[in-house]
Design a protein around this ligand. Structure first.
Ligand code: FAD
Length: 414
């Protein structure tokens, strides 16, 4: 595949960009692969990429029922941070964050990583205690975050009203190297790199059944016919429960719609990401100038990929006290995705009761930030049967009562 470089772009500019070739091209699947990954979202693609990069396993197909990156990966608000409380989570999310730093160079694809800083506001005394505790934990874990006082909050984000009558800002947890990246580009960059290694990305190919014999996975049935495989990775976010049922086991997950919205574009007014967990909203400004706003998840399980209207109203009403600017903005678009929530708000990266079948799910409202680290660990788990990054995240933890409680870090979502 042609590499992107300043010279190549200049040359193609003179040739009307006709020399680039297709980025991913496979239409019909082969009969058999060493590894099949179901789901061409960020986590599925990253898993495939690191299988090839780190373990030389390239006889891999990635099957996607819709289009590449069309699930939650292409619907999220792109916040990247690693300020989690528990050691296992901090290790996984920090691995991901650090891989994001150089992912554009690694993939030779501009994922527009913007480490502009992420601020989690403390607006109750409970949050002050929680975030100070997280800051201490992070310093022991080697994750660079710090507690900041209200005056510094105001300095970092002048449009914020820190003296609100209901929820004044009491300080915040600041991660200077957190930020955002372009979500589609993350999916496209990994997809391009996978194709480059000879892997097949097959879109519009829905998995409709999982075949096993004697407790070992044999392959999948799809809308494009049966495909055999030695190992199978199921990485389908909100549909993980559906796929698990096909394989004959249950996952401790609930699927709910989570939504976000953007305003009309305005001039640059906010160059950090702010999350206000108590009032349940968060905001950043996109490169186009739109205010990107997210809120909580629907209070009932569903597969609608829309999200309900009362949530838009609730989120904006809640944020206006802290960001009065919102009251004068028109909202442009709203959308939703189906997120897969676990009881402890931590993901599942695990072997399953079916030998050779692995699951990567439960990222809930905050898995975009974890894509490179999750792919790294999941690839190791599939290739070697064990990974230090994923060891704590096995599905047996729910039976054993060994939860990785991240309800404070997961907070509002993201
Ligand atoms: C509104 C919103 C805002 C969010 N904001 C953030 C944020 O700011 N930061 C953050 O870190 N995270 C955020 N998230 C969460 C994040 O988007 C997800 O955790 C992450 O994208 C999950 O990636 P994935 O690859 O596991 O899933 P997906 O991207 O959903 O990919 C799964 C794929 O599997 C496919 N699939 C399903 N069933 C089948 C089948 N039977 N056969 C074949 N393919 C199938 C789907 O079509 C889909 O493309 C947000 C999510 C939403 C919805």
């Amino acid at each position: 595949m042609r590499r992107f470089s300043a010279l190549a772009i200049a040359r193609e500019a003179l040739r009307h960009h006709e020399g680039w070739g297709r980025t991913w091209a496979k239409r019909a699947p082969d009969k058999r692969y060493d590894v099949v990954i179901v789901g061409a979202g960020g986590h599925g693609l990253a898993t495939a990429y690191y299988l090839g990069r780190n373990f030389g396993i390239t006889n891999v197909a990635i099957l996607e029922k819709g289009w590449l990156g069309g699930g939650n990966t292409g619907r999220n608000t792109t916040i990247i941070r690693s300020n989690y409380l528990q050691d296992a989570s901090a290790a996984l999310y920090e691995k991901a964050r650090s891989l994001y730093e150089t992912l554009s160079q690694e993939l030779n694809y501009n994922i527009m990583f913007s480490p502009r800083g992420v601020l989690m506001l403390a607006q109750t005394h409970h949050e002050v205690r929680g975030y100070k505790r997280t800051a201490h934990a992070n310093s022991l874990q080697g994750v660079r975050t710090r507690w900041i006082e209200p005056a510094e909050v105001k300095e970092l984000c002048p449009i914020m009203n820190i003296d609100g009558p209901r929820y004044p800002v009491l300080g915040g947890l600041w991660q200077a190297r957190g930020g955002t990246a372009r979500h589609d580009a993350v999916a496209w960059g990994y997809a391009r790199a996978c194709t480059d290694m000879g892997m097949d990305i097959i879109q519009k190919c829905e998995v409709t059944g999982i075949r096993s014999e004697g407790g070992r996975v044999q392959g999948v049935d799809t809308t494009l016919g049966p495909i055999d495989c030695h190992k199978l990775g199921v990485v389908v976010a909100g549909h993980s429960g559906v796929l698990a049922e096909m394989a004959g086991f249950r996952l401790p997950l609930e699927s709910v719609a989570l939504q976000a919205l953007v305003s009309e574009p305005v001039k640059p007014c906010m160059d950090i990401v702010v999350m206000a967990n108590t009032v349940h909203g968060y905001m950043s400004q996109s490169d186009k100038g739109e205010m990107v706003i997210g809120g909580g998840a629907d209070g009932f399980n569903n597969y609608t990929q829309r999200g309900s209207f009362q949530h838009i109203e609730e989120t904006l009403r809640a944020l206006i006290e802290t960001f009065p600017i919102i009251s004068r903005l028109k909202m442009l678009r709203q959308w939703g995705g189906i997120v897969d929530m676990t009881g402890d708000r931590s993901p599942i990266l695990s072997k399953t009761p079916v030998e050779g079948l692995f699951v990567n799910c439960g990222w809930g409202t905050g898995g975009f930030k974890a894509i490179p680290g999750s792919g790294w660990g999941m690839a190791e788990l599939i290739a070697k049967g064990h990974s230090p990054l994923t060891a704590a995240f096995g599905m047996e933890r729910f039976r054993e009562g060994r939860f990785i409680d991240e309800s404070v870090a997961a907070g509002v979502a993201h």
